[in-house]
Design a protein around this ligand. Structure first.
Ligand code: B12
Length: 294
């Protein structure tokens, strides 16, 4: 069997939904520079650091010859939201941990099959333009809501990469774009954070609820639509997410209720949300946002 085929089969066996192979050449980064020049990264100062690394994957891991891009479907099935909504990506176990574990296994397999191969794997954990790399590896296209959208699972996928020193023939990049004239995500965003293929984090409910430190901006008070951790609106309205398939991974099934009806005590909060992304927001912030939701 071809080398790529063996890796692909193992990845699917381990629970990955999609896999693609690409080369680590320099990425044309106009979109990143443009995004930063408009201040759209808001308070995420780390996005300004290491720009050269984001655009030059080889600088992250010089021996790299091939980047393996991996996607995992995390769609938790239908969610009945009430007040104080938690976005779907945060309902299950923390994806960083889950994906790292899966990637460690896949990399272990690669090393066994191809002795001497060196590598590194990342999920959000390095300055990597994960969506653009996934597109280049053929996994899907980048939609107007800036999400990487796959034909089979829509945009409900997490992304991760394994950089390896083994040279493999790259897959065809995804060149089509199936957003067409649809603008549902742009129209649905309650804060006007989205323009086609551009997201202004200063206005994004996901940024405000998850990343933002300090005083809660006025726009959140006015238009939070009930989101207290993350926001799924630009994905919920996407026609490509209509036929989403429920994840086959138990780790991503909801472990916590999707809506917080009342404020738990600090101890309850820390216990209940242990191991999920929401704990990272911290009790005080959730408590504050709960007083502001409509
Ligand atoms: C910073 C960050 C955020 C920020 C900023 C998001 C953003 N759109 O840039 C905030 C906090 C708002 C955020 C929110 C979310 N995030 Co986030 N985030 C990241 C992170 C760490 C970096 C993204 C980045 O580099 N942004 C800078 C911009 C310039 O790059 P970009 O995202 O690739 O988007 C640009 C391209 O789309 C580019 N572009 C590409 N092709 C084309 C083509 C054309 C024609 C044009 C004009 C432009 C264009 O234009 C965009 C500029 O806006 C990544 C992990 C990673 N290391 O990549 C996760 C990541 C993007 N996030 C992820 C997720 C799940 C989310 C949320 C869904 C969580 C939630 N439910 O609340 C939301 C979605 C909001 C949204 N619509 O993007 C996933 C996305 C998976 C996917 N299928 O795309 C990632 C990949 C994490 C992961 N490992 O799975 N996130």
């Amino acid at each position: 069997m071809e080398k790529k085929e063996r890796i692909r089969n193992k990845a699917l066996e381990l629970g990955f939904s999609k896999i693609g192979f690409t080369t680590p050449e320099k990425i044309k980064g106009d979109f990143l520079l443009n995004w930063l020049s408009r201040g759209a990264e808001a308070g995420m100062a780390y996005m300004r650091r290491n720009i050269h690394l984001r655009l030059n994957p080889k600088e992250i891991f010089p021996p790299v010859k091939t980047i393996i891009s991996l996607a995992v479907n995390y769609y938790p099935g239908e969610v009945n939201y009430r007040r104080a909504k938690i976005s779907r990506y945060a309902l299950g176990r923390d994806y960083h941990r889950v994906m790292k574990k899966m990637m460690r296994r896949l990399f272990g397999f690669i090393r066994k099959e191809f002795p001497g191969v060196e590598g590194r794997f990342f999920v959000d954990s390095a300055p990597v333009l994960e969506r653009e790399i996934a597109r280049k590896a053929g996994l899907g296209w980048i939609g107007k809501n800036t999400m990487l959208i796959t034909r089979q699972y829509g945009s409900w996928v997490f992304l991760g990469e394994i950089f390896i020193s083994l040279e493999l023939p790259p897959d065809e990049p995804f060149r089509e774009n199936y957003c067409g004239t649809c603008n549902r995500c742009i129209e649905a965003c309650p804060t006007g954070a989205l323009k086609p293929y551009f997201l202004d984090a200063r206005l994004c409910l996901s940024y405000i609820t998850v990343e933002h430190k300090g005083e809660i901006p006025e726009i959140y008070r006015e238009r939070n639509m009930g989101w207290i951790f993350g926001c799924d609106i630009c994905q919920e309205v996407c026609p490509w997410n209509r036929k989403a398939v429920k994840t086959g991974l138990k780790d991503f099934l909801p472990r916590v209720p999707p809506s917080l009806d009342a404020l738990p005590s600090k101890e309850e909060f820390e216990g209940e949300f242990k191991g999920t992304p929401i704990k990272r927001a911290g009790y005080e912030k959730i408590k504050r946002l709960l007083t502001l939701i409509k």
